[in-house]
Write a protein that binds this ligand. Structure first.
Ligand SMILES: *[C@@H]1O[C@H](CO)[C@@H](O)[C@H](O)[C@H]1NC(C)=O
Ligand SMILES: *[C@@H]1O[C@H](CO)[C@@H](O)[C@H](O)[C@H]1NC(C)=O
Ligand SMILES: *[C@@H]1O[C@H](CO)[C@@H](O)[C@H](O)[C@H]1NC(C)=O
Ligand SMILES: *[C@@H]1O[C@H](CO)[C@@H](O)[C@H](O)[C@H]1NC(C)=O
Ligand SMILES: *[C@@H]1O[C@H](CO)[C@@H](O)[C@H](O)[C@H]1NC(C)=O
Ligand SMILES: *[C@@H]1O[C@H](CO)[C@@H](O)[C@H](O)[C@H]1NC(C)=O
Ligand SMILES: *[C@@H]1O[C@H](CO)[C@@H](O)[C@H](O)[C@H]1NC(C)=O
Ligand SMILES: *[C@@H]1O[C@H](CO)[C@@H](O)[C@H](O)[C@H]1NC(C)=O
Ligand SMILES: *[C@@H]1O[C@H](CO)[C@@H](O)[C@H](O)[C@H]1NC(C)=O
Ligand SMILES: *[C@@H]1O[C@H](CO)[C@@H](O)[C@H](O)[C@H]1NC(C)=O
Ligand SMILES: *[C@@H]1O[C@H](CO)[C@@H](O)[C@H](O)[C@H]1NC(C)=O
Ligand SMILES: *[C@@H]1O[C@H](CO)[C@@H](O)[C@H](O)[C@H]1NC(C)=O
Length: 497
């Protein structure tokens, strides 16, 4: 009898624990950095730590300063900034390889020594160009936040700021946060022509739009992955074409393939559906219009959840991306076998033909029992181009033609040449001294001894330079020290080996 009672109790405990672990995703890598700040900054419920105090973060800065302001800033994260006068990097230790959010926050602080508004900069990772030639002077706004999803395949992620045209670069805050592997796929469906698109995992993505259709603004406090979801109304082609519907978020039933990491239940608990567009025909599309860069391809994720139907298989509709049919005659209940169950689908698309817009539409299926259509969430992400860039047609290599390691090589080469010349001078002086002592008796001309030491030294120098060039790529300061001491020991004993 006792045992029989225990079973449900154990089950309940098990379910509770499972639910508990399920609901609280904790990223392995979780850098929240307040650049140039002297104190912790709390933003959207999360604590950002000063860049100077973070233990597993390396700063490689030639010359930087700090800007800060006590006057009102758009959000606490913008109170301070680190300002770079030369190419500078942050190097993040990565514990878990795979996709990471890389979020950057910029605000041209009004009260600061340098004019941050005229800063002209590029920002790159190890492999991808994130921002190129960016200046607030030519940007419509005084602050900007950017979100990228980068697959990190090594143990570090280096973020480099490049001031251009003798200008400066700056950054207010940085996030580097793990994304669960299952959230972003390697494949999606490419439209026009319809074909599978694979290889996304090797490309960089930049979030350009993320919408909670028919619902409120959601921030990092409402999303386990720290994402922001905005309301869709300002992108509607015709305001009255849509009406919002919403239910209690607790009604959303996650099944195996979709989790709160895909999107929070607050996204699925609201939707836009067909309104009264004051058009004679009841058959119309609801269309959202987005400005995009026509030189890029976009990843489009559409979230659905039938929260309005009273019974299964009554709502059947079409999804279009631009003028292409993305999902014809979509009957959500035939896929999910229930109402209020989330579902999403991924596509790859360009802008509309010859335009800088991308449109997403839903409209009723003519064969359906009811004339209606629904959509709950929408994410549009720019895909990096063949230059591995998300901004323009330049690669990381072309923006950093002499990489940091090459700069170090040049410094060592200059150093070793100076050292070699000094050594030659010392040897020449020693020889002079010896020759002078000898010449007291022999009175020889100086020529015979000169060619030999000079030849010997120049040979040593060529050896050193090629050694440094070949063996010092991807060096850090330790490598530089080692190479320098190697050079030094060779020069001290030029005829050794
Ligand atoms: C800042 O935040 C970090 C991480 O939450 C914490 O370990 C540290 O004690 C905080 N520092 C201060 C001065 O509050
Ligand atoms: C940093 O740059 C400023 C302005 O160009 C200059 O005055 C200062 O001497 C530099 N500091 C170092 C350590 O290079
Ligand atoms: C901000 O306020 C603190 C103390 O109130 C002061 O020490 C600091 O100089 C101020 N900073 C600026 C940039 O005004
Ligand atoms: C800049 O913003 C203003 C006001 O928000 C808007 O009217 C204008 O069209 C924008 N310009 C550009 C180039 O986006
Ligand atoms: C950078 O400087 C060059 C030469 O002064 C100028 O032609 C170019 O327009 C500048 N670039 C920007 C983006 O201001
Ligand atoms: C990241 O890239 C590696 C190597 O291309 C790949 O094996 C891995 O599946 C990718 N991870 C994700 C989450 O896309
Ligand atoms: C939903 O629609 C109502 C009526 O038009 C409007 O007042 C409300 O702001 C909308 N809610 C959202 C989240 O868009
Ligand atoms: C988002 O989270 C904040 C903080 O917990 C809360 O105040 C707010 O109501 C939440 N938004 C929604 C739509 O639930
Ligand atoms: C449509 O909605 C947006 C956002 O609420 C508003 O700014 C705009 O004026 C509306 N347009 C019309 C025609 O009602
Ligand atoms: C679509 O469904 C919603 C929610 O039930 C309803 O408010 C709206 O009027 C319907 N639209 C049409 C065109 O029937
Ligand atoms: C697209 O690329 C072309 C050719 O490189 C360039 O002229 C144009 O400015 C680019 N468009 C945008 C929106 O950047
Ligand atoms: C909805 O949009 C698609 C794609 O542009 C178009 O083919 C279709 O005719 C539209 N449906 C209605 C009812 O306007």
């Amino acid at each position: 009898m006792k045992e029989m009672k225990l079973v449900p109790l154990v089950l309940i405990v098990f379910l509770f624990v499972r639910h508990g672990t399920f609901a609280s995703f904790t990223p392995v890598d979780n850098y929240l950095i307040a650049c140039g700040s002297s104190k912790n900054v709390t933003f959207q419920g999360r604590v950002f730590v000063p860049d100077s105090e973070h233990s597993s973060l390396v700063l490689k800065i030639d010359n930087s300063s700090i800007a800060s302001s006590n006057s009102s800033v758009p959000s606490p994260i913008y109170q301070s900034a680190r300002v770079f006068l030369g190419i500078s990097s942050y190097k993040f230790g990565i514990e878990q390889k795979g996709r990471h959010w890389l979020r950057l926050y910029f605000y041209a602080l009004p009260k600061s020594g340098q004019s941050l508004k005229s800063a002209l900069m590029s920002v790159v990772t190890d492999n991808f160009v994130l921002l190129n030639n960016f200046a607030f002077n030519s940007y419509n706004g005084s602050y900007m936040s950017k979100e990228y999803a980068i697959n990190v395949t090594s143990n570090t992620l280096t973020l480099t700021f490049i001031p251009l045209n003798n200008s400066i670069a700056f950054i207010n805050a940085i996030e580097v946060v793990s994304i669960p592997d299952e959230v972003l796929p390697d494949q999606a469906l490419s439209l026009n022509p319809t074909a599978p698109f694979s290889g996304l995992s090797e490309l960089a993505l930049e979030t350009v739009y993320r919408l909670n259709m028919g619902g409120p603004l959601l921030t990092a406090q409402n999303d386990t992955l720290g994402r922001t979801w905005e309301n869709d109304v300002k992108y509607l082609h015709v305001n009255s074409s849509a009406v919002n519907v919403s239910v209690n978020p607790a009604n959303i039933k996650y099944l195996t393939s979709v989790t709160p990491e895909t999107a929070p239940n607050l996204v699925y608990a609201s939707a836009e559906m067909m309104g009264n567009a004051n058009v004679p025909a009841v058959n119309f599309n609801i269309t959202w219009v987005f400005t995009v860069d026509r030189n890029f391809t976009y990843f489009v994720r559409v979230h659905f959840c039938d929260i309005a139907s009273k019974s299964l298989n009554t709502l059947v509709f079409n999804l279009f991306i631009n003028d292409d049919t993305a999902l014809p005659s979509l009957d959500l209940s035939s896929i999910t076998n229930d109402l209020s169950v989330p579902y999403y689908k991924d596509f790859v698309s360009n802008s509309s033909v010859d335009s800088d817009t991308l449109t997403v539409s839903v409209g009723p299926d003519t064969m359906a029992d009811t004339t209606n259509a629904t959509i709950n969430g929408l994410e549009i992400m720019k895909i990096s181009n063949k230059f591995r860039s998300l901004d323009g047609r330049f690669s990381v290599e072309s923006l950093l033609p002499s990489s940091t390691s090459k700069n170090i090589n040049i410094r060592i080469m200059v150093g070793s040449i100076v050292g070699a010349v000094a050594a030659v001078v010392v040897i020449v002086l020693c020889c002079c001294f010896l020759v002078a002592r000898k010449s007291k008796t022999t009175q020889q001309r100086q020529h015979p001894w000169l060619p030999l030491p000079l030849y010997g030294n120049s040979q040593t120098m060529t050896k050193i330079v090629s050694m440094i060039d070949g063996g010092n790529s991807g060096t850090d300061d330790d490598g530089e020290d080692a190479a320098t001491s190697a050079v030094f020991s060779q020069l001290v004993n030029p005829r050794g080996r």
